[in-house]
Design a protein around this ligand. Structure first.
Ligand SMILES: C[S@@+](CC[C@H](N)C(=O)[O-])C[C@H]1O[C@@H](n2cnc3c(N)ncnc32)[C@H](O)[C@@H]1O
Length: 322
């Protein structure tokens, strides 16, 4: 048995939110073998960016920003401009990112016809670490499954504790997108599986799969910061590099916001990694986008199931045998 799981950007599935895919039943590694050297500068500074947008677009824009290069986003109700229905999204970017391009692409991907106003302030890695450490507490995803920040002590030593330092990558275990995948993995991993984590971020899902009993996992991402974080997290959880293989893959033209995402076929690509009968799951879907996603994936998957949390959904199914 094999399992593949992943998460890809909003811009790939335009207007569809970040999407995870999980394939159980087998996958091919041959497409992931172009690994680049990873930068690791612990003193690197970061950019703190406040973006103004209308309240009704805040969730979508926030999600799209993550997909176009922001390391984190949060909607700041306190500093929002209530009178004119504008809200402030506080985000963090790695110093190397082109913030204007990211906001332009994110706005475009959710159909905004203008570039939202934004303000950029430079910060230092040590401030970022301090902020993260203060805000990140152990999370019990389901009974017996805890996500524990590296700098905190596990509360239940009998539980499955995933020790995590997200660094500049997405995946603290707090977001419904991640939680829905963790719950699914908890349910379907029985032992001995292989697992592909497509858009691994902090590596949280691959590490969880291995802790639940999978034999082998591969995490891929287009963001070097994600691979750095995932590698660190694997070490924190005593997972060897031959058991969890991590690959930085190039961000291809499929990520262009101008591409027709639904027809360029990332879904074909994701499903192609699975063997017939494998489970494939997609998460990070906003509920109103479900009919379109289900319609698209029905071509490739059978026995489709949907799980929901807040406004988010996870779609899973088995790869058709013909
Ligand atoms: C929302 S995060 C999910 C992280 C983690 N899997 C989780 O569930 O918490 C999405 C991740 O997908 C990565 N990503 C985006 N586009 C991708 C692509 N085309 N191929 C691989 N990874 C991609 C992003 O860099 C990011 O780390």
């Amino acid at each position: 048995m094999s399992v593949v799981l992943g998460c890809f950007r909003n811009n790939i599935v335009k207007h569809l939110g970040c999407t995870n895919s999980l394939v159980k039943g087998g996958f091919s590694l041959t497409k992931f073998l172009s690994v680049k050297a990873l930068p690791s500068d612990n003193n690197a500074s970061f950019l703190s960016v406040d973006i103004q947008c209308r309240r009704e677009f805040a969730d979508m824009l926030s999600e799209a920003l993550l997909c176009f290069g922001a390391s984190s986003t949060s909607i700041d109700e306190q500093h929002s401009y209530v009178q004119n229905e504008e809200i402030c999204i506080s985000s963090i970017y790695d110093i190397s990112k082109d913030v204007r391009k990211s906001i332009t692409h994110a706005a475009d991907s959710i159909g905004l016809k203008y570039l939202p106003c934004y303000k950029v302030i430079k910060g230092y890695h040590s401030d970022w670490i301090k902020d993260i450490q203060e805000s990140f507490h152990p999370v019990e995803v389901t009974k017996g499954l805890w996500i524990v920040p590296e700098w905190r002590t596990p509360l239940d030593l009998e539980a499955t504790n995933i020790i995590l330092n997200p660094g500049l990558a997405f995946g603290t275990g707090d977001h419904p997108t991640t939680k829905l995948c963790l719950l699914l993995l908890h349910e379907i991993i029985k032992g001995g599986e292989s697992f592909l984590d497509y858009g691994t971020g902090s590596g949280i899902l691959a590490i969880a799969a291995l802790k639940f009993g999978a034999d082998f996992a591969v995490g891929i991402d287009i963001d070097p910061q994600a691979i750095t974080a995932a590698r660190h997290n694997a070490t924190l959880n005593n997972i060897e590099s031959d058991v969890l293989q991590l690959y930085l893959v190039p961000s291809e033209e499929i990520n262009s916001p101008s591409s027709d995402n639904m027809s360029t076929g990332l879904e074909d690509q994701i499903v192609s990694f699975a063997k017939p009968g494998a489970t494939v799951a997609l998460s990070g879907i906003i509920t109103e986008q479900l009919p379109r996603i289900i319609g698209r994936y029905s071509e490739f998957l059978e026995d489709i199931a949907v799980s929901k949390m807040d406004d988010w959904a996870c779609v899973s199914g088995k790869k058709r045998r013909i």
